[in-house]
Design a protein around this ligand. Sequence first.
Ligand code: GKR
Ligand code: MG
Length: 418
Amino acid sequence: MKIEDVVLTPVAFADPPLLNVMGVHEPFALRSVVQVRCEDGVVGLGESYGDAAFLGEVRKVVPELAGHDVFDLPGLKRIVTKALAGTVLTDAHGLIGGFSIRKTIASVYALFEVACLDAQGHYLGRPVADLLGGKARDAVDFSAYLFYKYGAHIGAQEDSWGEVVTPEQLVGEAKRMVEEYGFRSIKLKGGVFEPAQEVDGIRALAEAFPGHPLRIDPNAAWTVETSIRVAEELDGVLEYLEDPTPGIEGMAKVAERASMPLATNMCVVNFGDIEPAFRARAIGVLLSDHHFWGGMRDTQALSVTCESFGVGLSMHSNSHLGISLAAMVHVAAATPHLTYACDTHWPWKTADVIAPGALEFVEGAVKVPEKPGLGIEIDPDALARAHEDFVRCGLTKRDDVTYMRQWTPGFEPNTARW
Ligand code: GKR
Ligand code: MG
């Protein structure tokens, strides 16, 4: 089935002032939406990053796609590789590790791969999970993704979550998320305050949510020594410790001493990182992410690799909308080894570009849509509004650092800061 044309729509959606090691989220998060329009009126949807550099690369591929068969994914890879011709995108999407030509191609390809698989599913009348080999599970578990946060953006009214900086406020945020979505696993985005304060936050969560698996992810904000100390302090409390310190070597030193598995979406971010990381026994869990691991099928290949080496598989998330959530659900459902509850920023947004109702959280899980393709539809009015927001907000990349300087002049992001 041939592609007739591709419509790329950059969009923005409101995002609360969430804190991390780099600073604070700006008032809008950026995404790209593609609609791959094929013969017979079939349309495939894809979603990915929306910063100007990424959009620039995607725009190089778009004109090359007319006439391409959506069932020819190796051919799609060749088109993307040729169009990008050696470009290396730096990380303007947030805390997903180093960059390389390979990762750049993988990221741009993934956007179109998802859309082609969605189109294939529509053509065949089968859900994408079936095209990926079939469902290993009917619903995919997600974790509550807690953030420390400011109560309001600069010059704006307080949002409904309010300020979250103390252990009590953190427990309040978790209660709301667990009540509204039914999550079991709870992840805290750390790297914001002194480790002792974040350890107190985890302890408060452990007390308030007995039996809920807990994770903390300071995005490499700690030294090896601090990471080992925190791992000792949280012995028996954490399900896994995510990216405590930078680099494979540092992670391996921590892993040697930590009782819980270490997880990463920062030091193992493409297939070339696997051999050194696994050899050094740096991690016990890898957070996959189809957006930069080369799409849904490469995520499954990654899973087989991890399983062969006894490494567990979870899933990473950046701020995203419903097309990405649908893709995450289909690939996670069709990947048997992906047994950890996946991350999602979903509760932090208030708008979407898809028609509501296709993706619901019940007891912390999203049922795999049974309709053809990804099982979702674009809401054209919502897409138009999100595009207007993109134009109006004027942002061209994610820049948590500069925004943070409006609160803390001179703020410098630092990995291994503590
Ligand atoms: O949205 O602030 C954020 C997160 O810190 C995100 O950028 C990370 O990529 O969620 C991510 C992670 O697990 O490292
Ligand atoms: Mg992480």
